[in-house]
Write a protein that binds this ligand. Structure first.
Ligand code: SF4
Length: 418
């Protein structure tokens, strides 16, 4: 769906909103994280993620990438950066514009940012920032998402390595760390040619069709390819991924820093933190603002509650916005249940790899989260959310949230709402 506006957006109190936004700018400029954020942008996260043992590597088979120094923020800044780039009106621009030369050609590209580096770098074992930038450019030109595209390329390479896909099926040999293999797979996906027709269905469906246990290598939840944080030693991040309403995405709750700071082996407190973040972060999406000032440089969330009524004229403060986000959370869960017969706990499990295979290398070596611990976290999470043990919003909770109509439609669909 594409929407184009043709009118200006009315501001309820232009003078006060302008004054407040100037104040917000000034506060951002004086935050301690401001100086280091813009030069590297999200690529700065590569070193941290690798050191913490959460960096996706070789289709999430491990979470430590030996070649990370060739694709980190410093490599980007020293070798390919042309200029910084920001979204309209941003006080803390994190975008990059890069020029890179590879054996396949020279390109100019917006990026690469962290997720792209994770999925078209470490996850396919590419260790040169120029090649990550090139794969980023190919995906952009083809209109492919770099996260799902990189995840699918890594899945195909692992299936080939394990003998689940043959050279004949793929149309050539493919290998870890080989830019040509990755570009070949992205192009096949975009044009739905040969193996690309299968991969373009997404990693979940592709694994169902390939069979042979390939679902173990399909790193997804609810059909969405897992994004750039491997979570076998990050329980709150794991819970965030598996309960995210759109599938395995970090956007709704980026809890991995909480895990690192507050204990990575313990499960206690992780449901509370996940829920707290799942309410805060969607507020930014609902308002159509960036959350990175809040996440990355410590800009206080209360400012959003102060400027919101000045712009919209609606008498909502921060706590009211959080309440709206909570309603959305119950609504999207109800929507998923209504649209998918049999929806529930079974949809919230991570791939078997994360519940059964210890991390083989790096600082998280030996770590994984067994299914019984996943269930413990889900039990606590559902209970705190006011959902049934199967993860369906209860009638009581939906009514309390002013969503009785959602309860009606779930009951009509045959769900027991407790
Ligand atoms: S608005 Fe957000 S995503 Fe855009 S440049 Fe600024 S910090 Fe980056």
């Amino acid at each position: 769906m594409a929407i184009r506006g043709s009118h200006t957006v009315p501001i309820a109190d232009t003078e006060k909103a302008f004054k407040k936004s100037r104040e917000m700018y000034e506060i951002c400029f004086h935050k301690p994280g401001f100086k280091t954020w813009t030069p590297y942008g999200t690529a700065e996260v590569v070193n941290w993620a690798n050191t913490a043992g959460v960096f996706p590597t070789k289709n999430f088979s491990t979470n430590y990438f030996e070649g990370h120094q060739g694709i980190n923020g410093q490599a980007l800044k020293d070798r390919i950066l042309k200029t910084d780039k920001g979204c309209f009106g941003c006080p803390t621009p994190c975008g990059k514009y890069s020029k890179a030369r590879t054996k396949l050609g020279e390109i100019l590209v917006e990026g690469p940012e962290y997720e792209t580096i994770a999925m078209l770098g470490g996850n396919v074992a590419i260790d040169k920032i120029e090649e990550v930038a090139y794969a980023n450019w190919v995906a952009d030109e083809l209109g492919l998402d770099t996260i799902s595209g990189g995840n699918l390329a890594a899945f195909a390479i692992e299936c080939f390595e394990k003998g689940l896909l043959t050279e004949e099926q793929i149309g050539r040999r493919i290998a870890w760390g080989d830019l040509e293999s990755v570009v070949y797979l992205l192009e096949k996906m975009a044009h739905r040619e040969g193996i690309g027709d299968l991969l373009a269905e997404g990693v979940k469906t592709a694994a169902e069709k390939i069979g042979g246990g390939s679902d173990r290598f399909a790193i997804q939840v609810k059909g969405l390819e897992w994004t750039g944080y491997e979570a076998r030693w990050a329980p709150a991040m794991m819970l965030s991924y598996i309960t995210c309403d759109i599938g395995a995405h970090h956007n709704r709750s980026w809890a991995v820093t909480y895990d690192v700071a507050h204990g990575r082996d313990q499960l206690e407190g992780k449901a509370d933190k996940t829920i707290e973040l799942q309410h805060i972060r969607p507020v930014f999406d609902l308002m159509g603002t960036c959350r990175l000032q809040w996440v990355e440089i410590g800009f206080e969330s209360d400012h959003y509650g102060e400027i919101f009524p000045l712009i919209t004229g609606l008498p909502y403060g921060w706590d009211d916005l959080i309440h709206v986000a909570e309603r959305v959370w119950h609504l999207t869960r109800s929507f998923n249940a209504r649209e998918n017969p049999g929806f529930g706990r079974g949809w919230d499990y991570p791939p078997a790899r994360f519940m059964e295979e210890p991390v083989p290398t790096g600082p998280a070596k030996g770590k994984f989260i067994p299914k019984e611990n996943i269930d413990l976290m889900l039990d606590e999470y559902y209970s705190k959310r006011g959902w049934t043990p199967e993860g369906i919003p209860t009638k009581k909770k939906l009514e309390e949230m002013g969503l009785a109509f959602a309860a009606d439609s779930l009951e009509k669909a045959g769900y027991d709402l407790g």
